[in-house]
Design a protein around this ligand. Structure first.
Ligand SMILES: [Fe+2]
Ligand SMILES: [Fe+2]
Length: 188
């Protein structure tokens, strides 16, 4: 499916604010993809679509995973908002013509995942450092990106984990798994 068509479908499901976030993530994905000589079109598509399921209610999310036989874990059951990643992957593959690889980037965008692909990493970083967020360490992240993308991913995972600790909130195991993988195998 063409980018413009995807944009229109995403827009139908999101508030103006969230759609604006999605557009900013798309721009940031393009920026990072260029830096690493990746396909701009693919990066743009995952960027615009990554939060397509974000504004479903918790009930709708739980219903969706049940109806579509998507396996969920305990942390997701307690925090259904996390499910927007897995549901977004499913919708993008079924309704937007995404490949498995593009779907995986959406699945991994909130928590991270073991052995992330370059596309997974681009979206993961873009979602946290898009323009409208006013991320305070943007220059620091950009400097890390000059050194290696893994350093930037690790930095963002650490930030997310720290935030969860401060909030005394549950941590998704995939974040720990992603972090352990990077520490052992990443270019950090
Ligand atoms: Fe998200
Ligand atoms: Fe997002």
């Amino acid at each position: 499916m063409e980018l413009e068509e995807i944009k229109d479908l995403v827009k139908l499901r999101l508030s103006e604010k969230r759609f604006n976030h999605s557009e900013c993530v798309m721009e940031r994905c393009i920026e990072i993809a260029k830096k690493f000589n990746q396909d701009i079109e693919i990066a743009a598509k995952v960027g615009i679509a990554h939060d397509i399921a974000k504004e479903m209610t918790n009930e709708e999310k739980l219903e969706y995973v049940k109806e579509n036989h998507i396996e969920i874990d305990e942390v997701e059951r307690e925090n259904p908002t996390l499910l927007h990643a897995k549901i977004g992957e499913d919708i993008a593959i079924k309704e937007l013509g995404f490949t498995k690889e593009m779907g995986q980037a959406i699945r991994a965008h909130t928590t991270g995942i073991t052995n992330m692909t370059l596309l997974d990493k681009i979206l993961f970083i873009a979602d946290r450092t898009s323009k409208e967020r006013g991320f305070p360490d943007i220059e620091y992240v950009n400097n890390l990106l000059e050194e290696s993308i893994d350093k930037a991913v690790l930095y963002i995972i650490d930030k997310k984990i720290t935030l969860q600790i401060e909030r005394r909130a549950a941590m998704h195991p995939d974040s720990i798994i992603a972090r352990n993988y990077l520490l052992k195998n990443g270019n950090i």
